[in-house]
Design a protein around this ligand. Structure first.
Ligand SMILES: NC(=O)C1=CN([C@@H]2O[C@H](COP(=O)(O)OP(=O)(O)OC[C@H]3O[C@@H](n4cnc5c(N)ncnc54)[C@H](OP(=O)(O)O)[C@@H]3O)[C@@H](O)[C@H]2O)C=CC1
Ligand SMILES: CC(C)CCC[C@@H](C)[C@H]1CC[C@H]2C3=C(CC[C@]12C)[C@@]1(C)CCC(=O)C[C@@H]1CC3
Length: 358
């Protein structure tokens, strides 16, 4: 009957049986890891997409590319023409550790993005923030969105992500018809991730993944990229003037905290490398990482090298950092669409070139 067909549509949370209306949006940072997954899902859902990025990494029907720096308002304006919804997921890589670059792109660049959105008449801005904005290098267990921003952020990346999130949430202005929301993912992984799995495999290939930092019981969130994308699209589609989500941040996770070292071991073993086995005290490794960092600064004029174990990575590897996504469930109707087990299996299968011996 019509009634049961309609119930089926509503139950799916999305009506696959009705034609999708064409909608136009922009993804700033759409050439990156998360950005490209987001673009692909938006196309699936009937959006046409304008990608703005400093580089173009692919071509897809339904996508218009605009290459430029987000600090350049004029360049942004041409990408935002006729766009009512903008996703901002561009950032320099956390490993770049370049304070001036982070300040220029994440702070001043985000101010430019907001101004360009206002000038172009954009109605909704969805920012990709990070759950790390509340992380100070000590345990966070089931952290909710009301935790204060980190007073001592662990690095420049986190420091500028805090400023960026504040700017976007404060720009939310219902009378002006400009609505904003921030998604705070944590530990995104999945096919084409340039960071987590490649760094891990690189360390394993150099024989550096034999050790577990600390007792190995610390729980952490790792979030499959499609769940992060799902959270972004739900936020965009729930962002209306009468919605409680305006000007608010939302944690998006897999809702399955896992021991940091179990996750690392599953990925490593899946790719044919041995799992880490020997324990090292957390404070010892953290101290060594600080020493190594100091050495890179002292030696910078004569030689440059990038240590695998930075203080930031050691802090992330040896502490609890998992977050509650109850607010996203309540306000956005969020529920992870891919389990951790399935996400790890898909990720491992997507990296044949990183397998041991390949
Ligand atoms: N990966 C993770 O675990 C997490 C990521 N995040 C956030 O998610 C977002 C996406 O991250 P992810 O996909 O991993 O990162 P990527 O580096 O893969 O994607 C970011 C994209 O933005 C581009 N970009 C950088 N600077 C500029 C600029 N000035 N103007 C235009 N484009 C620029 C990058 O280009 P190029 O590569 O050339 O620099 C890249 O294409 C970021 O905001 C990040 O802070 C949050 C939590 C966890
Ligand atoms: C060498 C090993 C001890 C660790 C290898 C894996 C790490 C590269 C990753 C483990 C946790 C990841 C993580 C991020 C980047 C990659 C890891 C450090 C972020 C810093 C990315 C940006 C964020 O917003 C927060 C992430 C937290 C987890």
């Amino acid at each position: 009957s019509f009634y049961s067909w309609w119930q089926l549509c509503l139950g799916n949370n999305r009506c696959d049986c009705l034609p999708q209306v064409s909608k136009r949006c922009a993804v700033i940072g759409g050439s990156g890891f998360l950005g490209r997954h987001l673009v692909e899902k938006l196309l699936d859902r009937g959006y046409s997409v304008s990608v703005f990025d400093i580089r173009q990494s692919y071509e897809l029907p339904g996508v218009t590319f605009h290459q430029g720096d987000l600090c350049d308002k004029q360049a942004l304006l041409s990408a935002l023409k006729d766009v009512s919804l903008v996703f901002h997921c561009a950032s320099p890589a956390p490993s770049s550790d370049d304070r001036l670059l982070f300040e220029r792109v994440n702070i001043r660049g985000t101010q430019t993005v907001i101004q360009a959105c206002l000038d172009a008449g954009v109605q909704k801005l969805v920012l990709t923030s990070s759950a790390s904005v509340v992380f100070e290098g000590t345990d966070v267990k089931n952290g909710k969105e009301d935790l204060p921003y980190a007073k001592k952020p662990i690095d420049y990346y986190t420091q500028t992500k805090i400023e960026q999130e504040k700017l976007v949430l404060e720009a939310c202005n219902k009378p002006k018809g400009f609505l904003t929301v921030a998604i705070r993912p944590h530990g995104i992984f999945g096919p084409r991730d340039p960071q987590l799995v490649p760094t891990l495999v690189d360390a394993a290939r150099q024989g550096k993944m034999k050790f577990i930092i600390g007792d190995g019981t610390n729980l952490v969130d790792f979030t499959y990229v499609e769940n992060v994308v799902h959270g972004h699209i739900l936020a965009a589609e729930h962002l209306r003037a009468d919605s409680p989500i305006c000007g608010k941040p939302y944690h998006i996770t897999n809702d399955e905290p896992i021991r940091f070292w179990d996750f690392m071991s599953e990925v490593l073993v899946g790719l044919g490398y041995p799992a880490p086995r020997f324990h090292l005290p957390y404070t010892l490794v953290y101290g060594l990482a600080l020493l190594l960092l100091l050495l890179t600064w002292i030696l910078r004029p004569v030689m440059s090298f990038k240590p695998t174990f930075t203080p930031m990575r050691v802090a992330l590897a040896g502490t609890y950092h998992y977050y509650s996504c109850e607010h996203a469930k309540e306000h956005l109707g969020y529920k992870p669409v891919v389990s951790l087990k399935e996400g790890i299996a898909r990720t491992v299968a997507s990296y044949p070139h990183l397998r041991r011996g390949a």
